[in-house]
Design a protein around this ligand. Structure first.
Ligand code: 5RP
Length: 227
């Protein structure tokens, strides 16, 4: 029986096959991506560098000798590799458990292919068991919490060390539980219109094209590009 850490290592290594020699790679955030960054170090002489979705990943990339480029220096990326908190059978995801959702969505939007790397516990029938992270402008937080309440959700401001967590963008995160998201595209579009919402952690418009799912019997590849 493999541990969850071993599953993450396995899928981090499996994602190397999607890295294009001579091209920049988009890099997400989280414990699974950290395994990908460790594996990517072996290819550092074959790629010019990476575009990163968080300060945390930037530090890790630099620590293994990979140059990090600003998003604005780059027009397109052929591939973006990132984890997920949940992924459904259509490739729609909940992301933002690591509070990096806004930059993750930006880098994903700039990439031709989103390769999601996850262990099999992340695959769900319907999104919503994991509380949906939403990055918000702090002065709008309480109104947005009430708006989610009207939809049947229970929203709280994410805390770290007893105070609201501050994202890389200087904003707050609210986590919304109790939702069953049957229409991820509609949900993402609706919540994105609410004043004060920076980014909602439903990735439907920027869904995965491919998911490498680490299982106890090996890597399962889910291809959503035709869906
Ligand atoms: C960070 C994310 C991560 O991809 C997501 O939280 C999964 O993380 P992990 O690989 O640690 O389970 O969206 O904002």
């Amino acid at each position: 029986m493999l541990t969850q850490d071993e599953l993450k290592t396995m899928v981090g290594q499996a994602a190397l096959q999607y890295v294009v020699s001579g091209e920049l790679v988009g890099v997400g955030t989280g414990s699974t991506v950290n395994k990908f960054i460790e594996a990517l170090a072996s290819l550092r002489d074959r790629i010019p560098g990476a575009v990163s979705s968080s300060e945390a990943s930037t530090q890790r990339l630099r620590a293994v000798g990979i140059r990090v480029f600003d998003c604005n220096e780059v027009e397109r990326l052929s591939v973006y590799v990132d984890g997920a908190d949940e992924i459904d059978p259509r490739g729609y995801m909940i992301k933002g458990g690591g509070a990096a959702l806004t930059r993750e969505k930006i880098v994903a939007a700039q990439s031709d292919r989103f390769v999601c790397i996850a262990d099999e516990s992340k695959l769900v029938g319907t999104l919503g068991h994991f509380a949906v992270p939403v990055e918000v402008i702090p002065m709008a937080a309480q109104r947005i919490i009430r708006q989610f309440g009207a939809l049947g959700g229970m929203a709280v401001v994410r805390q770290r060390d007893g105070v609201p967590l501050v994202t890389d963008n200087g904003q707050h995160i609210i986590d919304v539980s109790g939702l069953q998201i049957a229409d991820p595209l509609g949900f993402e579009s609706t919540v994105n219109q609410w004043p004060g919402v920076v980014t909602v952690g439903v990735f439907a418009h920027q869904k995965a094209h491919l998911c490498l799912l680490a299982t106890h019997t090996g890597i399962r590849t889910l291809d959503f590009s035709a869906a």
